[in-house]
Design a protein around this ligand. Structure first.
Ligand code: FAD
Ligand code: MG
Ligand code: MG
Ligand code: MG
Ligand code: MG
Length: 549
């Protein structure tokens, strides 16, 4: 073999030995999965459980289709329509997956155990502690809201992370209207009650603002006509633009649409604290403090690490990191047999420059001390699998041929390079590394990837030389995880949406909203939820949204 994937192979070999050792202890390997969100359920859906004894721990016994949470806040879609019981999802013909409605409190990597507590949701019964033994642990617990320690946020703001949050927001919006029409209030007080503030101009904040605007102007003003001119929606963003992870065209389209709609967008502003009636906000450019009275605040900025994951990071020598790190095979760094995926972890992509000498040596097949264009071309595919940034670099620089990489400083083509020349040629590729976004798309692809690895693990044992497909090419069967970006949507209200699709394709407007409807209908986890969601959309078109509290 070329040896380029040597790093990977040695690790997999080690784990294979471990597997064989464990094999003596119990027949089926015990897999414990923490979390039933996007990552956890996609893993469970694809896992072949005939060779594993699988236990799932999650404090919620359902999967929630988070992209439709903003629609739940305004009753466009009902909460019940976007959740699917975990037990339905994990029902399998080939065996049983055990589910425990509990929260994991601690991971003990020394003894391969997790400690859990059930009954946290249930105040009446009290809780029950138990532990589970694992051979493989899959951590897919997602992230929690991040207040950046801003005073008052926990106490006074709404979040939009869980189904309960969305339902609470829905009730509060109606409450604000009911409070605003109480007799005897001053106009100022009515305005304050109807001031809806969203902190955070990312996709969730923007979508919620748009959804709320539609709800207010299509439904609520008709039933609360006396206060319709007092309603105001404000979006506070600390950066210079909203939707700044999207293409510039989308972000300015959104800003213009919001301006036309009368949604005020305050960019370059930071929330300093939140009290029960005011937001204290600082305008970054002038340093000036502004007090903003509000009726309701929705806090929708970044996500943070859960405390028990932080604690676990300390155990495995990752205390200095902000987020749990795994290698490209989704193995948690610093321990064995623990995998992490989705929002709770991030893949630490290895740099080309760290391995440059090894790559050069492996590629230089004739040991001539120089690398010819042909030698490099032979290994490029392997390099790209191991270091996807090389592929991005070639694409972004519009380099079509390997020879383009080998050009000298005057732009002349070279037939071969020595190690120094090779270092120079690849010196810029690591700048293309980007951490993966915290999205459902990433979590789901990682879940599927990991399930396939575990499914094949068993095949490997009965067929140690590996499937023929890989044998001939000399490649190992466990390729690193590779993310495929399928694009992203930003619904902007008024039956309009923006989308960014692969190949630098941007589309905006009404037709994109229809694309959005069809994509999100097709992505539903079951026919049942698909039927319910589409039914809700139809109901909304015909009757409008429900506005009872
Ligand atoms: P989650 O889906 O959050 O799942 C975490 C699971 O772990 C949950 O089941 C939770 O109950 C469980 N858990 C928590 N603590 C514990 C514990 N101690 N022990 C055991 N289990 C635990 N992404 C997109 O790609 N497109 C979108 O349009 C989109 N829209 C979004 C809209 C909103 C309002 C939100 C909040 C998110 C949106 N996302 C979207 C992001 C997407 O939801 C997340 O990236 C995705 O959920 C991450 O999956 P996960 O499995 O890592 O975590
Ligand atoms: Mg999950
Ligand atoms: Mg989820
Ligand atoms: Mg992640
Ligand atoms: Mg050579």
């Amino acid at each position: 073999t070329g040896g380029l994937l040597a790093y990977a192979e040695s690790n997999v070999e080690n784990e294979k030995k471990l597997v064989e050792k464990n094999q003596l202890v119990s027949e089926k390997k015990r897999v414990v999965v923490l979390g039933t969100g996007w990552g956890g359920t996609s893993f469970l859906k694809d896992l072949d459980i005939s060779s594993y004894d699988v236990k799932v721990v999650s404090p919620r016994n359902y999967f929630a289709f988070t992209p439709l949470l903003p629609s739940v806040t305004c009753g466009t879609v009902e909460a019940r329509s976007i959740v699917e019981p975990v037990r339905n999802i994990i029902k399998k013909r080939s065996g049983e997956i055990q589910f425990c409605e509990a929260e994991c409190l601690k991971i003990d990597t020394e003894n391969n155990k997790v400690f859990c507590r059930s009954g946290i949701n249930d105040n009446l019964v009290g809780h029950n502690d138990f532990s589970l033994q694992y051979d493989y642990l899959v951590i897919a617990v997602g992230a929690q809201v991040n207040t950046f320690n801003t005073p008052g946020v926990m106490e006074h703001c709404h979040f939009l992370k869980e189904v309960e949050d969305a339902q609470r927001i829905r009730r509060t919006v109606i409450d604000c209207f009911e409070k605003a029409v109480i007799p005897g209030l001053s106009e100022e007080e009515r305005r304050t009650n109807l001031h809806f503030v969203i902190v955070g101009g990312g996709p969730t904040g923007v979508e919620f603002a748009a959804e709320l605007h539609d709800y207010v102007h299509e439904d609520l003003v008709k039933i609360y006509p006396s206060v319709k001119d007092f309603v105001k929606i404000t979006l506070i963003q600390s950066g210079d633009h909203i939707l700044n992870t999207f293409d510039e065209r989308i972000s300015s389209f959104a800003e213009q649409k919001f301006q036309r709609d009368g949604i005020e967008v305050l960019t370059g502003c930071r929330v300093i604290s939140v009290s029960d009636h005011f937001i204290d906000m600082k305008v970054k450019s002038t340093g000036q403090h502004v007090e903003v009275p509000y009726g309701m605040v929705v806090w929708s900025t970044g996500v943070g690490t859960r405390p028990f994951v932080k604690d676990f990071m300390g155990q495995v020598g990752q205390e200095k990191r902000r987020i749990l790190a795994t290698d490209e095979w989704l193995r948690v760094k610093g321990c064995n047999n623990v995998y992490a995926l989705g929002d709770c972890a991030s893949v630490d992509q290895r740099k080309v420059m760290e391995d440059i000498s090894a790559i050069f040596k492996a590629a230089d097949k004739d040991d001539s001390g120089t690398l010819s264009v042909e030698e490099f071309r032979d290994v490029l595919d392997d390099i790209i699998i191991r270091y996807p940034q090389v592929d991005l670099y070639l694409k972004n620089k519009h380099l079509l041929e390997v020879t383009d990489l080998f050009r000298d400083s005057e732009g002349n083509e070279r037939k071969e390079v020595d190690i120094e020349g090779f270092k120079l040629a690849l010196s810029q590729v690591d700048s293309q590394m980007k951490s993966l976004p915290a999205t459902a798309q990433v979590a789901a692809q990682q879940g599927t990837y990991l399930a396939r690895c575990l499914n094949r693990w068993d095949q490997c044992k009965s067929n140690p030389e590996g499937p023929r497909r890989f044998r001939s090419s000399g490649r190992h069967e466990f390729l690193p995880f590779r993310y495929r970006h399928l694009g992203q949507f930003a619904p902007l209200g008024g039956e309009q949406a923006a989308a960014e699709l692969p190949g630098d394709w941007v589309s905006m407007g009404h037709s994109t909203q229809w694309l959005w409807y069809s994509v999100y209908a097709s992505k539903q986890v079951s026919w049942r939820t698909r039927y319910l969601v589409v039914g809700d959309w139809v109901r909304r078109f015909i009757f409008g949204r429900d506005s009872s509290r």
